[in-house]
Design a protein around this ligand. Structure first.
Ligand code: GLU
Ligand code: ASP
Length: 497
């Protein structure tokens, strides 16, 4: 997008009206609040819905399989951001992509709200994967479009937006978890659908007034010839997938297992391809090439971090359900409620961390060092769970406070990597690839969960000590290695701080 266009977009957005920020931030904040409300609300009960027996309202799937499906689901949701970003860039523009995404997500939750079968669950999964791919990266891109290049409010704007994400993620498990416990899972999923509906209403009714031209431009539109080619390839791909599934599924060749393995491979191959393409592109300059190299260890660290963080909604959710005292201090705790802890701690500590960085100014640790501390906290969050396991053994239930402590520690790591990583990605990615950087960062979460789909198979009550010990220990060792390599990586970053 040219400089002139950029300024025209900024001028079209009312520049104040939401805590001293552009009015459009109100629209994007609440759209993303409700989208995350529906996503994290759904995920807080989905794992239990999958493995609870049919008599308890679940699908009665095998527990390990349910944990793997949760992981590949999470992986696909972030992987599809690559397609969502591309569609916005070349066909729809971000605003339309957000709108269509919201509709698909809502339909996905409605599919789960209707009591149905495993087939219904897969329909819902497809809708939510595509819908989130369209909405999630693009709504963040629009946030960036509302500020002029040197507007000092930009970082604060993203912080407010990030609080919106976590406010939605905090409220949803409490509400959706309680409703599904009081009635049944389908009522819970219906609440998630209503959440996305409210998000869409906010978006539709306030976008014209608040967002101006933001999100309306198609930065790099397809030429008519390219359009024709793309639609042909798309149609062939859909038909091919349809035919292949019709042959492979009945023949027993495409099973849950093989599908999970396929996604794991894609989760690793896609970011690898991205790196190779960025590195070799003739549009990438010498300095940018060095930055791409610096970004690789940071990306790998992010994969390790998200692998642990995302197990908060799979392995730790299972631990909450099976290994934790849920009658505590006179209250009966729903296992879904634990999912509110991470976002709650993010909301409490994000401003404290932000203030701390401002106070430290130039004396703050470098980006690679922050990443290395993040891995150490992530590792520690798994190692603390060894303590109750060691003292109580695997027969007795443990106090829920251990899980609270684990979710607290991982948040310290998250605050050192999540906001830092996003801004580092935008600075380190070559200019020719800047439109895709949002999706590139989400690919770390996609790869992490693709790997998790395999790792979670090793978890059981009997193996929990070895499981938490190995993964937690690996993260700490990687953190130490990254710490030692930090000055070198910083050198490759060529002046980026
Ligand atoms: N939890 C954050 C969100 O939902 C971060 C996602 C990620 O980068 O994995 O937006
Ligand atoms: N902290 C996550 C994010 O920033 C939310 C979660 O895991 O519940 O959105």
């Amino acid at each position: 997008m040219s400089k002139l266009n950029r300024q025209k977009i900024v001028d079209s957005v009312p520049q104040t009206g939401f805590f001293g920020h552009p009015k459009g931030l109100f629209t994007l904040f609440f759209t993303e609040f409700w989208e995350r409300f529906s996503y994290y609300g759904m995920r807080a009960i989905l794992v239990f819905y999958m493995y609870y027996e049919v008599s308890k309202g679940g699908l009665g799937l095998d527990e390990t399989l349910a944990l793997s499906i949760m992981s590949i689901y999470g992986s696909l949701v972030y992987m599809s951001g690559v397609i969502g970003g591309w569609l916005a860039d070349r066909i729809f523009g971000t605003s339309k992509a957000v709108f269509y995404g919201g509709i698909l997500i809502m339909l996905g939750h409605i599919a789960l709200a209707i009591p149905g079968s495993v087939a219904m669950f897969f329909v819902s999964m497809i809708l939510i994967v595509i819908g989130t791919g369209l909405l999630k990266p693009n709504v963040s891109t629009v946030v960036g479009e509302m500020y002029s290049e040197n507007d000092t409010r930009r970082d604060a704007g993203f912080t407010i937006f990030y609080m919106g994400i976590n406010a939605g993620a905090f409220l949803a498990p409490l509400i959706v978890g309680s409703v599904s416990e009081a009635y049944n899972f389908h009522y819970g999923f219906a609440i998630a659908a209503i959440g996305m509906f409210v998000g869409l209403l906010v978006f539709i009714f306030t976008k014209k007034k608040n967002l101006g031209l933001a999100g309306t431009a198609v930065p790099n539109p397809l030429s008519p010839a390219e359009k024709k080619k793309t639609f042909t390839i798309f149609a062939i791909a859909v038909v091919a997938i349809g035919i292949l599934s019709a042959i492979l599924i009945p023949a027993g060749l495409l099973t849950f297992e093989s599908f999970i393995n396929l996604v794991t491979i894609l989760g690793i191959l896609i970011p690898t391809a991205y790196f190779i393409i960025m590195y070799r592109s003739p549009k990438t300059t010498e300095v940018e090439r060095s930055r791409v190299l610096a970004y690789i260890p940071l990306f790998l660290a992010a994969v390790m971090f998200w692998a642990i963080q995302e197990q908060g909604s799979t392995i730790l959710a299972n631990y909450a359900d099976k290994r934790t005292q849920l009658e505590f201090a006179g209250i009966s705790i729903s296992p879904a409620w634990f999912q509110s802890l991470n976002p709650l701690f993010i909301i409490i500590f994000a401003p404290i961390f932000a203030g701390f960085w401002v106070k430290l100014g130039d004396r703050q640790p470098s980006i690679p060092k922050k990443f290395s501390f993040s891995l150490m906290f992530a590792g520690l969050s798994f190692l603390v769970i060894l303590i109750p396991g060691y003292f109580t053994g695997s027969d007795a239930l443990v106090s829920p406070l251990w899980l609270v402590l684990s979710y607290l520690i991982v948040v310290f790591g998250e605050l050192l990597i999540s906001p830092v990583g996003l801004s580092a990605t935008t600075k380190l990615a070559p200019a020719a690839f800047s439109a895709q950087t949002m999706s590139l960062w989400f690919l770390a979460s996609a790869a992490a969960q693709a790997i998790n789909a395999q790792i979670v198979k090793f978890y059981s009550v009997e193996t929990e000590m070895a499981y938490f010990g190995t993964i937690g220990g690996a993260s700490i060792v990687l953190g130490i290695i990254l710490f030692i390599m930090s000055p070198k990586i910083q050198g490759f970053m060529k002046g980026i701080k």
